[in-house]
Design a protein around this ligand. Structure first.
Ligand SMILES: [Zn+2]
Length: 129
């Protein structure tokens, strides 16, 4: 899958030329725009929660009905888990391809590891929001 993200790249370049630091609202608008090309406008939500950006992607479940042979409602079958994981990977890919990744804020864990202040949540359309 390849998507034309060149206009996002262009907007990022112009924003960096005009602003010392791209505002969170401008960054989030670009995140929404970039991810909408991949997942569809109505399937992408981008919210700011304190310093964190919260990205919600609505996706179709890869099969009909509920997951089979799962003891609890909140767990997913392998097919659904794989679908969710691949969507999360795609979101990171788009953020990195567009340069939006470097506009995220970061924190350090107790172990000194750098982490993104970005939460990606994939929800199936048949799930209550
Ligand atoms: Zn499933």
């Amino acid at each position: 899958m390849e998507f034309d993200l060149s206009d996002i790249n262009a907007e990022m370049i112009s924003a960096r030329l005009t602003d010392e630091r791209i505002s969170w609202s401008k960054r989030n608008r670009l995140i929404k725009k970039a991810l909408s090309k991949v997942f569809g406008y109505k399937n992408v939500r981008v919210k700011q929660e304190y310093s964190w950006v919260h990205i919600i992607i609505m996706a179709n479940r890869p099969h009909k009905g509920k997951c089979r042979s799962q003891p609890f409602d909140y767990t997913y079958c392998r097919e659904c888990s794989t679908t969710k994981d691949s969507i999360v990977s795609m979101v990171w890919h788009v953020l990195k391809e567009t340069g939006l990744y470097s506009e995220l804020t970061f924190y350090y864990t107790d172990m000194g590891e750098k982490r993104e202040e970005c939460h990606i949540d994939v929800r199936f359309i048949d799930e209550a929001v």
